[in-house]
Every structure is written in C-alpha cells, then in structure tokens.
Design a protein around this ligand. Structure first.
Ligand SMILES: Nc1ncnc2c1ncn2[C@@H]1O[C@H](COP(=O)(O)OP(=O)(O)OP(=O)(O)O)[C@@H](O)[C@H]1O
Ligand SMILES: [Mg+2]
Length: 461
C-alpha cells in the first residue's frame, strides 16, 4: 500500500498518541509518535515528515519552542498545532511563527485529515516553487558578462551577435569550464526574447523518467506521485529561452521525444493526451564530442543534424591566454576581493594549459586570494599550482646517470626544475625517501606529496 504521507504525532498523553496513530494509519498515512518536545525535534532533524501534529504543553521543551526551532532551522515539515489548552493568544502566536493550522481538542478526525491533506498539498507547491526558483537563479557566483579581447573571444562575440536575434536552435560546444553556459545566457540576453525567462535544464543530472516529466510536465494520475498536474520546464520557458545543458547525456530513448519537440514545437505532458504548442527558443550545450557519439550510435544522427544547424565553439583557455590578466581582474572583482596579481604571477598563470579552462582559473584565483595575506599576489602564493598539472610520469631507473639538473635550461618552468631536481636526488639515494627528504630539507610528507603531484614512479620500491 502506498502511504499518503509521513506524520509525526507529538503528544505527552500516551492514550492520545495511540488513538491518533491508529486513526491516521487507517487513513493511509505512515505515522510515528514522540512524547516530548526534544525527541520530536530530534526526529524531524533526522527524517522528513510531511506533517507534524504538535501539542503545546509538553515535557522537555514546549510546543511553541519546538515550532520556533523547526521554522528557524528551515525544516520543511508543515506543523499543525493540536491542543487542549487553546487560547486566542497562543493560536495567533503559533500562526505567526509559521504553523499551518491550529486545531482544538477534542478534534474531529475528519476535520483533522482534511487539514493534513491541505498541508501536504501546500507543502508540495511550496517545494516546487523553491526548486524552480533555485533552478532559475542557479549561478555559480561567476561573471555575468563575458570578458576577453583576444581574437578568439572577438570571434565568439561576433558569432553570438549573429545568431542571437534569429530563431535558430544553437548548439554550443567547448571543453569543460570554457564558458558555454555564459554564452547561452549571452545569446538569450541579446535575443528578441531577452527580457523573458531563461530556463535551464541539466540533462546529465536527471534519470530518464524524471527528465521527461521535468521537461514536459505531467498530468494528474500519470504515476503514483502525480497527485496534481504539473507544468514542465519547456512550458515554463514558453515565450523565452530553454537551455538544455549537457545535451550529450540525454538517454537514447528520450532523444526521439526531444527531436519531435524540436521539430514540431509541441510537447505532450506525461500521461497526457493532447499536444501543447510552445514558442520557445532552444539553446543547448555539451562538452562531449557529439559527432563521435553519433558514430558510436550513442546519439541519434537525426537529432544531431537538427541541433547542429548552427553551432558555436567556445575556445579553450589555452588558445586565448592573452585574456588571462583581464579574466583574473574580473574574477577577483566578482569574488569581492581587493587584491591584484603581480605581473610575474600573471605570466606564471599564462604558462599553464588549463584543462578545466576558465572555471579552473577561477578556482585558482579564488584559492590564491584566500590563502595570501597581502594585497599583491606573487608567484610564491601560487606554489599550489603544481597540483593542477599532471605531467607524464617520470620513471626512476636504477644505475642511471642522475646528472639531469646541473644546468637547468632557461626555458624550464620553476615547477619542472623542481621536479627534475627531486628525481635526481631520489636517484642518488636509490629511492630512499627519508634520505631524499633530509637532503631536500623538506619533510617526508611533503616529499611524498610532491612525488604524487609530479607523478614520479620509482623502480626502487
Ligand atoms: N569569458 C568569460 N569571462 C568571464 N568569466 C567567464 C567567462 N567564461 C566563463 N566564465 C566563468 O567561468 C565559469 C565557468 O563558466 P560556465 O559555467 O559558463 O562554463 P561551462 O562551459 O558551461 O562549464 P561546464 O563544461 O563545466 O558545464 C563561470 O564562473 C563563468 O562565470
Ligand atoms: Mg555548463
């Protein structure tokens, strides 16, 4: 039997707990009981209850304090006060504190069940609204405007300006963290529907059955939990832009349904019988090589061709390193720090390949700003950068000449010189780490970390 909701009954009177528990279980709810305020609070912190039926006079923490704490901790349960000591003042106070309803004992079980049902419906709509709000405003605190004056960024901007005012579906391609989502927002803002809503759905984060109901919505009764009809994100985006992020992750079976929507502009809610016509601008993005997925038959060719009419390739950061100084200032300003990078530190940043692109740059800048205590960030503050680069492994050979570092080439990075020196020292001491650490005047732990970071594989072990 599918339970209609989880209820926690909090009352100090054992006979009433038993009675309510029986009545509500019979009505189809799953019921737990608590005899005092503190254990009630503990239970709602541990577990999710749709509704808490709360008495006011309770041992070890009264009902009003429980209510106040539950609301302060933003626990999602709805609270129905059920009390024999009703006064107008306490009723007003409880409602002000966020109780859903205030019922006097003796109660009528039918009335109580009606209020529980109302509370559950209210809760689910609140929850939807909250999730939607989070989804609509989901940003990672990064820049809202695209920074960069390099030729690749100029080309990117020109491309955006060209496609934005059209109705075309645009496929945004590029490595991870290159700024695909930012490009999508920028296309939306410059489009004819720029003042309307921009709705994002991340296709990678939902299993297939949820993807369909999230995107297309569902009718009441379409499945067990579908107690109310619900509009999908495509409908919510009607009149504006729908951004399908990580489109390469769409399950094969769902691809046909998506294609149908793209071609006809119509959707059908899960469990529905009629088609709903929408006017939505579609943008999508992926860091997957879609063409290869098509060859491997993981992505439908017809969908690929439909999406690929207009595509934009967002450049890798290593192809426009000259934008790094501007990006760094923008990132620092966005994060709210009052710091800047020394020119040498900027030059150091320009040497890396940035596999995680602008997002990785952002993380590095943030970390340096947090870690350094001064306003001017120098190379020394970036020593942790070793961590983000994985060079090919260096294999230590026994009996091999160790004379690799006597004269470091002037083109080598500091990191590479360090790595070679560590390799040489390790070879001299035949891989004995404690000895090597003592020669290098670092702790064995630091040495261990560096061996790992530099991917040094030793044959002495
Ligand atoms: N041109 C740019 N100027 C300033 N900030 C940028 C630029 N491009 C990207 N960013 C910032 O870099 C971060 C990553 O960008 P975004 O989320 O758009 O990348 P993505 O390509 O969608 O990444 P993923 O592949 O991980 O989904 C964000 O904080 C964004 O604000
Ligand atoms: Mg993205």
């Amino acid at each position: 039997m599918i339970r209609k909701g989880k209820i926690l009954v909090v009352d100090d009177e054992a006979s009433l707990r038993l009675l309510l528990s029986n009545e509500l279980t019979r009505a189809g709810y799953s019921v737990e009981v608590a005899a005092d305020g503190e254990s009630a609070l503990q239970r709602v912190r541990e577990d999710f209850f749709h509704v808490v039926l709360l008495d006011i006079i309770l041992p070890r923490m009264d009902g009003v304090s429980v209510l106040r704490t539950i609301k302060a901790e933003k626990v999602l349960s709805e609270i129905i006060i059920l009390t024999g000591n009703a006064t107008l003042e306490s009723a007003i106070e409880c409602i002000k504190l966020g109780a859903f309803e205030y019922i006097r004992k003796p109660y009528s079980i039918n009335e109580l069940i009606i209020q529980i049902e109302r509370a559950i419906v209210h809760q689910s709509s609140q929850l939807d609204r909250r999730l939607l709000k989070e989804r609509l405003s989901k940003r990672d605190g990064g820049s809202d405007t695209m920074v960069g004056t390099s030729p690749p960024m100029q080309q990117l901007r020109a491309m955006i300006a060209r496609v934005a005012p059209t109705q075309s579906t645009v496929l945004i391609l590029g490595g991870s963290g290159t700024g695909k989502e930012l490009v999508a927002r920028s296309i939306h803002e410059k489009s004819l529907v720029g003042s309307k809503q921009f709705v994002t759905i991340n296709c990678a984060s939902l299993p297939e059955h949820l993807l369909e109901s999230e995107l297309f919505g569902y009718e009441k009764g379409a499945f067990t939990d579908a107690k109310e009809q619900k509009r999908g994100l495509a409908e919510i985006a009607d009149g504006g832009t729908l951004f399908l992020d990580e489109i390469g992750e769409i399950p094969h079976h769902f691809q046909a349904k998506l294609l149908r929507f793209l071609e006809s502009g119509e959707i059908r809610r899960v469990g529905g019988t009629k088609d709903i016509s929408l006017n939505v601008r579609i943008l999508c993005a992926t860091n997957k090589p879609l063409e290869e997925l098509v060859k491997a038959q993981a992505f439908r060719a017809d969908l690929y061709y439909r999406l690929n009419v207009v595509s934009i390739l967002v450049p890798l950061l290593k192809t426009h390193r000259e934008d790094i100084p501007l990006l760094v200032s923008d990132i620092i300003a966005n994060l709210g720090f009052r710091k800047r990078f020394h020119e040498e530190a900027l030059a150091l940043l320009a040497q890396f390949d940035w596999p995680g692109n602008i997002r990785e740059l952002r993380n590095v800048v943030e970390r340096a700003c947090i870690m350094s205590s001064h306003a001017l960030i120098k190379n020394a503050d970036l020593s942790f950068l070793n961590l983000s680069v994985t060079p090919p492994p260096v294999v230590l050979q026994s009996g091999e000449s160790a004379a690799t570092t006597s004269e470091p080439a002037p083109t080598l990075s500091l990191k590479e010189v360090q790595r070679r020196h560590i390799v040489a020292v390790l070879q001299n001491v035949k891989g004995h780490r404690a000895k090597a650490a003592s020669i290098l005047k670092i702790t064995p732990k630091t040495l261990y970390q560096k061996i790992k970071d530099y991917n040094i594989v030793s044959v002495f072990e």
